[in-house]
Design a protein around this ligand. Sequence first.
Ligand code: IPD
Ligand code: CA
Ligand code: CA
Length: 244
Amino acid sequence: MQRFFQGEFTISNKEGINNLVTEADLASEKAIFEIIKNDYPDHFLLSEETGEIVTDSNYKWIIDPIDGTVNFAHGLPLCCVSIGLEQDGQMIMGVVYNPFLKEFFFAQKGYGASLNDKKITVSQETSVLTSCLVTGFPYTYLDQPNGPLEVFTRLIRGGVPVRRLGSAAIDLCWVAAGRFDGFYEHKLNAWDSAAGYLMVEEAGGRVSDFTGGRYSPYQPHIIATNGKIHDELVSVVNNRHATL
Ligand code: IPD
Ligand code: CA
Ligand code: CA
């Protein structure tokens, strides 16, 4: 956070010209690893910058040391640390912290979701046409029919407000908190969505792949909503909606 306010970090590129990694991403990952390894030395780790640290533990921590790195590098305070914990392949805990807005989101399987210790729930909106949605775009353009730009255009042409914040973990938490009615994205990694998808489910929402089927963070597609607009948003994403 200090590095953010002082602009003191070096930036380098990963795959795709704007896919950045800053010193702060690496420093954040190192600090998180130290804490987890200190308390749980035999747990499996999966983190964006390092990849997998494989053990035979049935606990796996899934870490995005900074989600929203482009925002961070440009001084936009929409970025966070995202950590999910899996036990035997099931997500059991998620935390997402945005230090700039001082927002701490927490979810535990079966116990609900909270923002700064206050319970959160998804919105009550029942129609995509009157929803406020959020999405994200991959760093490398997906030039394919029904890809990110086509779906976005369809919604915007239909007059549906669709925001793009630049942090999938925050997008998901803001669906969980009822600020957005739904979120979809075409190409995420497990570290982007691990904590956030549990947040949405525990806040009473629904998360699926693009078919509307059971969600896995190990495949790229995600649709996360308040539940009430879910089937309708699945039809929009698949270009099967009657009017959009
Ligand atoms: C990115 C953000 C963004 C999403 C990209 C992700 P990063 O993560 O979550 O919202 O659209 O697909 O890669 O690179 O800032 O950790
Ligand atoms: Ca990310
Ligand atoms: Ca990241």
